[in-house]
Write a protein that binds this ligand. Structure first.
Ligand code: FES
Ligand code: FES
Length: 171
């Protein structure tokens, strides 16, 4: 069931009224057509879970799903996402009901500063759906667009492997 918020009036005549369906909820906002999906999520919808790292498509911190496929929100225009299903880390799970990957990241210390973690988890969720977790090498290859400056990669791979195998891969 889609919950429609009050329409936010367009502040600038050049703004375009856009309805974004994010995590099953519809938000109608006035946006400059050049606003990225990342800035729309963070600055207009108040969904701060999606992180801005490089803002130029190089780090994966802003990874979200659009129509079930992972995309870089910093390289996507919000207006292009009208009518499409957007899922952010807030839609995957939270403290009261974590996604198995979120739990596995916790169990395996799959993060240090945590800044890249939402993007890592969004990519990991997609990777599992894509059937790309057949080996550690495959996991690393299909997570390679998500950078972690802290070097928590071995822990992330262990977490993904555990969820992919439906068992405990702690080493
Ligand atoms: S913030 Fe989008 S790829 Fe780095
Ligand atoms: S946990 Fe620090 S950048 Fe990934």
């Amino acid at each position: 069931m889609v919950d429609v918020t009050d329409a936010e009036s367009a502040a600038d005549p050049a703004d375009r009224v856009v309805t974004l369906v994010v995590n099953g909820r519809a938000y109608t906002v006035g946006l400059d057509p050049r606003v990225t999906l990342l800035d729309a999520l963070r600055d207009h919808l108040g969904l701060m879970g999606t992180k801005k790292g490089c803002d130029q498509g190089a780090c994966g911190a802003c990874t979200v799903h659009v129509d079930g496929k992972r995309v870089l929100a910093c390289l996507s225009l919000a207006a292009q996402c009208e009518g499409r299903a957007v899922t952010t880390i807030e839609g995957i799970g939270g403290p009261d009901g974590m996604h198995p990957l979120q739990s596995a990241f916790m169990d395996h210390d799959g993060f240090q500063c945590g800044f890249c973690t939402p993007g890592q988890i969004m990519s990991a969720v997609a990777l599992l759906k894509e059937g790309r977790a057949g080996s550690d090498e495959e996991i690393r290859e299909f997570m390679s667009g998500n950078l972690c400056r802290c070097g928590a990669y071995p822990h992330m791979v262990a977490a993904i492997r555990e969820v992919a195998g439906g068992g405990d891969a702690r080493t």
